[in-house]
Design a binder for this molecule. Sequence first.
Ligand code: ADP
Length: 704
Amino acid sequence: METNDELKHLQLENKKLRREVKRLEKNTELLRIANEQAARTQAYIRKDSMRQAFYNDQLLKTSPYLLMLTNAELTTVMTSDVFFAYTDAFTKEMIERGVPLRDAMAAILAGDDLEKLLQKCEEAVQGMDVEPYLLRTFIDGEKTDWHITIKRMIDNNVNVGINILFVDMTEIVDAMERAEEADRAKSNFLANMSHEIRTPMNAISGMTEFILRDSSDEVAKRHATMIKSASKTLLAIINDILDFSKIESGKMELIEDTYQMASLINDVAVMTEIRLAKKPVKLKSEIDPDIPNLLIGDEVRLKQILINLLGNAVKFTNHGEITLKMGSEKVDDSQCRITVAVSDTGIGIRESDLGSIFSSFTQVDTKRNRSVEGTGLGLAISQRLIRMMGGTIQVESVYGKGTTFSFDILSRVESWERVGKIEERIHNVTETAFQVNFSAPDARILVVDDNEMNLDVVEGILAPYDIKIVRALSGAESMVKFSQQEFDIIFMDHMMPVMDGVEAMKKIRKMPGGKETAIIALTANALSGAAMEYKALGFQDFLAKPIEPQDMDRILRRYLPEEIIQPVDETALSSSKSAPETVVGMPAVASTEVAIDIEKGLKYCMGNKKFYRKMLKAFAQNEKIRDLETLFGAKDWDNYRIAVHSVKGNALTIGAVSISEHAKALEFAVKEDRIPYIEENHAAFLVEYRTIVEALRGGFYQDE
Ligand code: ADP
C-alpha cells in the first residue's frame, strides 16, 4: 500500500517538472525574440541618426544662409559653411569644439555692430524675445545688407543656447533703393519740368493777350484767340501733372486757413455757369443752409475738387441738368463732416469702367469721348486730396443716363454761423451789395499805406461801421501815431518804400502795447498760403487787395473787442446806407478805348456809386506817370517796382483790370530781374495808363 502511494506521488512530481520545463522553454524563446527585436531596433536607430546627421550636415553645407548655433554659454556648437566664406580664422572642427561667440562673430562684424549683436544674443539667452533687424556692413569695402534673426533654443523648458540667422538681402535692398530713387527722380523731373514749362507759358499767354489788345488784323486776332485757348488748356494739364507728382512723391501739403464756405460755393457755381453758357444744361444747387460758413481748411484744394467734378459733369453732359448738393453733419464742437454730391444727366460711365476711373491717366470710353479734353488725372488727384482731407469719394452711374460723384471731408469749424440760403445769392452775385450789420463807434483803427488812394479805399470800406480811423503814410509815421494813442486794429500795407510793412510791424510790436494789438497785413500778393506766411512773420492775419467787403467784415468781427460791437437794426439799414445802387446813371467810361469794368469797380466800393466816383477821382489825381518816367529813366528798379505795384492795386480797385494786369507783369519783371521786358513794355504801359487817367480827368467824376 505504501509503495503504491509513493509511486503516485513520484508520477505527480514528474508531471509538474515537465510542465515547468515546458514553461522555461517558452520563456527562453520569448527572450530570444525580444533580443532579436532589440538588436533590430538598435540598428534602425543607428541608421536613422546617421541619416539625420547626414541631413544636418547637408543642410549646413548647402544653406545659402549664415546660421550659427551656440550653447547657453554663448560658445559656438555649429555653423553653416557660408560662415567660412567670410573667414579662414576658424575651421569647422574649431567651431564645433567651441569658440566664444564674440570671437566667431568678429569675423563678420566689428565695432558697434558686433556689440549690438552680442547684446541681443545675451538678451535671447536670458529668454527675451529679440526682434529681427536689418544691418548694413562693409566687409573689405563691400556693402552687405543683412537681415538678422536671433532665436532661443529650448529643450525640456531649459535654455540650451541660441541660433543666429544672417540672410544676405543686398540684392533686394539695392533693387528697392533703385526703384525708390527712380520714382523720386521721376517725380522730381515732373515737378521741375512743370515749373520750367510754366515760365515760358506765361510769356506766351501774356504776348497773346497783347496781340488781342493791340492788333487790328482780324486774322491775327483769331489765331491769337486759339493760342490763348490752347495755352490755357496746356497750363491746366501742367498743373494736373504737377499736383499729381507732388501727391505721389508725398510733397503735397494741405494749407489750412479760415475760409468762407458761402464764397467758395458761389465761386464754383459761377464758374460752372460760365462753362455751361453755350450748352442747354442747367446748374441746380441744393445747399443745406445749416452748413457752417466759417471753416478752417484748404480752400484752394477743396475748390479744385469741386471744379474738377463739376467740370467733368459739364464736359460729359449735353442736355438736362447738373446738380450740386451739399450738406454737413456736426462731428463735435469744433468739427463737421461736409458732404457733397455732383450729379449729371450726361453720358454715364459703363459699369466695367467704374473701377478704373480713379486711376491716374485713365480716360474711359475713349472712342466716344475722343473730342473731350483731359489728362485722366483729375479724378485721381481729387480722390487723393479727399483722402488727405479725411474723406472718401464714390461714383454711381447708369450708362446713357447720368453719373453722380459723392464725397465727404472732415473739416474744422471756426464758427457755427450758417451759410444760409445761398442759392438765391448764387444767381445774382454781381447785383447784391454787401450789407454791414454792426457798427463800432468806439473802435480805433490805424491804416498804414504809402498810397493815399489805398487809404481812401480802406476808409471807404470802413465808413459804414462808424469807426474812428487814423491814417499814416509810412512805416515811420505809423510808429509815431501808435505812440500817441491805442488802436484796436492796425492795417499795415506790406510794400512801402524806406520801411516796409513787416519792419514797421516788428518795430511796433516792440513798443508798449504793441504785442497786444492786432496788426493785419494788406497785400496784393494774395497767393494761397499767404495767410500762413504773414502769420509766420508776426501779423495776426492778412487782407488781400483789392479788399473785399466780406473779408473786411470777417477781420473786424474777429479782431475788434466784442463789447464795442453794436448790432445794427437791419430794417433801418436797408433804407439808408446800403440801399442797392444801380449802375444806371454811370457815364459810359467803359468804352472800348478806356477799359474799366464798372461793375467790378462798384463791387469793391460796396455798390456805393458816390464812393466809386471818389475812387475814380483819386486814381486820376494820384497818377504815377511822372514818377514812373523818372524812375525808368534812372533805372531805379526797386522804386519802379513799388510804383507799378501800387498802380496794380489802385487800378484793380476801380475795375481797370487790364492796366492792373500790365502793371503786375512789370512788377514781376523787376522781381525776376527781366529788365529787357520792362524796357520793351514800359512805353506801351504808360500810353495805356495815361489814356485812362486823361479820360477820367476829362470826364465824368467832376459832374457830381
Ligand atoms: P480728365 O481730366 O480726362 O477728365 P478725370 O480723372 O477727371 O480725367 O476723369 C477720368 C475719366 O472718367 C474721364 O475721361 C471720363 O471718361 C470719365 N468721367 C469722369 N466724370 C464723368 C462724368 N461726369 N460723366 C461721364 N464720364 C465721366
